[in-house]
Design a protein around this ligand. Structure first.
Ligand SMILES: [Mn+2]
Length: 465
């Protein structure tokens, strides 16, 4: 993409730096040779010629995918320019930056986007002021941890990607390593995706007992506050979080932004504002933190989360990210998988598969996703045994029914059950399954078919066999 500026004054030279613009070439068209010289010194390729002469615009060699900024201080000049410009490039995207006394004539409304000068100034200014206040916050945080020998970066009891990434970012911001700033939790990293995150990114999350807090000179809470889980101290040095503020909290530094989708977004702003280099590993962790907390920028997302996500995206190791998100299938479960697929039962458009005992729970939803790919299958109902519980993952392709409601109707009486329109889950402790149940697979199938059938009847749909 090229950017072409058409101007009479130096103003665009102050606003636009070709090196920072991201454009492959920045062009500058004007009538005054002295102005053209100044533009060349700034890194623009210049074209000098009358602004109502078609040849001037031909010499720009721009096409429809390029962008034009017109910055002329009278309507008369604008009209001369637009007439000639659109004669040469009829479909060009044109923005007219203008002062209060030279709003482009309404006849150009469809073709030219009018941008009042004061708007550009305000947007840029507010962004810079925000950066200034973030820089101050970073300086305060660094001051607070200066001289401390051992720092604890405490995350939630079931450490999640947002908490872990935020702790890693704070450690980087403080210029510390894994010995001088320990990432700690009162629980273990449990979810399979989170386990692969810390393994693939080589992040050590230490499991601690609450009384071990006294071993540290400073304590920081990330993505967590007191009372979220027992043992989280109420009197700490720093809290950075995006959950609503807890009144019990006492902290020497506090940055709580409940509107943000992720704590990782706040830390990304800290790193960017302080020009702290972001390694590929850190960027991958932070992006994954934002991604999981916002469900891929879907839920509870603000423009800030999107901005942080976009800044991190080019720095990320996408192969690693993919491996975190798609945990490798355990070899030990391969036999149960092949057995389940061979014995999968298809009733109408519903596929039932039973995996038996498993070493990891996430295999079940993974296979449920996979089974939905089978020809003519609209529902997949995949179950398996994990840690004394029967776990059922349901996937639904079409739109008329609600997977969560059917799942609730089928299994609510025995355990937890529910979900969304297209995916749902039930977790049933084995002790809750009725004594007369002979086999888990047929029990799941029968309960599910009854619920689906009953739902169809109440919905007034024709029941199918
Ligand atoms: Mn979070």
């Amino acid at each position: 993409m090229k950017i072409a500026v058409i101007a009479h004054t130096d103003l665009p030279l102050a606003l636009l730096d070709p090196k920072q613009s991201g454009a492959e070439e920045c062009l500058f068209a004007c009538e005054d040779p002295a102005l053209a010289r100044r533009a060349r010194r700034r890194g623009f390729t210049t074209v000098t010629g009358p602004l109502d002469d078609l040849r001037t615009y031909r010499r720009l060699h721009i096409s429809r995918n390029d962008q034009v900024l017109v910055c002329l201080e009278s309507r008369q000049d604008q009209d001369r320019c637009f007439r000639a410009l659109f004669e040469v490039h009829p479909k060009m995207a044109v923005t007219a930056l203008h002062g209060p006394r030279c709003v482009p004539h309404p006849r150009w409304e469809g073709a030219v986007l009018a941008l009042p000068m004061e708007k550009v100034g305000a947007a840029g200014l507010l962004g810079v002021m925000e950066k200034a206040s973030t820089r101050r916050a970073v300086a305060t945080v660094r001051e607070l941890f200066k001289g401390a020998e051992r720092v604890l970066l405490l995350v939630q009891e079931d450490p999640d990607p947002d908490g872990i990434a935020s702790a890693l970012a704070l450690r980087t911001l403080l210029g510390r390593n894994r010995l001088s700033a320990v990432i700690g939790s009162f629980g273990a990293v449990k979810r399979p995706e989170n386990v692969s995150m810390v393994r693939l990114l080589d992040i050590n999350v230490q499991q601690l007992r609450p009384e071990q807090i006294t071993e540290f000179d400073r304590v920081a809470l990330l993505d967590v506050q007191p009372l979220h889980s027992p043992g989280i101290p109420t009197d700490v040095d720093l809290v950075i979080d995006h959950h609503p503020r807890r009144s019990q909290l006492k902290a020497r530094f506090r940055d709580i932004r409940p509107r943000y989708g992720a704590t990782s977004t706040i830390l990304t702003e800290y790193l960017l504002a302080s020009d702290t280099p972001i390694s590929q590993r850190l960027a991958t962790a932070l992006l994954y933190g934002i991604k999981t907390d916002t469900q891929l920028l879907g839920r509870d997302t603000t423009a800030k989360d999107v901005a942080a996500f976009s800044s991190l995206y080019p720095l990320v190791n996408h192969a690693t990210l993919r491996r975190i998100d798609h945990p490798q299938f355990p070899r030990r479960d391969l036999a149960s998988l092949s057995h389940a697929l061979t014995h999968a039962e298809i009733v109408d458009d519903i596929l039932f598969a039973y995996l038996g005992p498993l070493t990891r729970e996430d295999v079940i939803p993974y296979i449920a996703d996979f089974c939905l790919e089978v020809e003519a299958v609209e529902w997949s109902v995949v179950s398996g045994l994990y840690e004394g519980k029967l776990i059922i993952s349901i996937r639904y392709l079409a739109g008329a029914r609600h997977a969560g409601e059917v799942t609730r109707a089928a299994f609510e009486a025995y355990g937890s059950a529910g979900g969304h329109r297209a995916m749902s889950k039930a977790v049933i402790p084995l002790v809750q399954i009725p004594q007369d149940c002979l086999a888990h697979d047929s029990w799941v199938r029968d309960r599910f078919l009854v619920a689906l059938h009953e739902g169809r009847q109440t919905a007034g749909e024709p029941a199918t066999g």
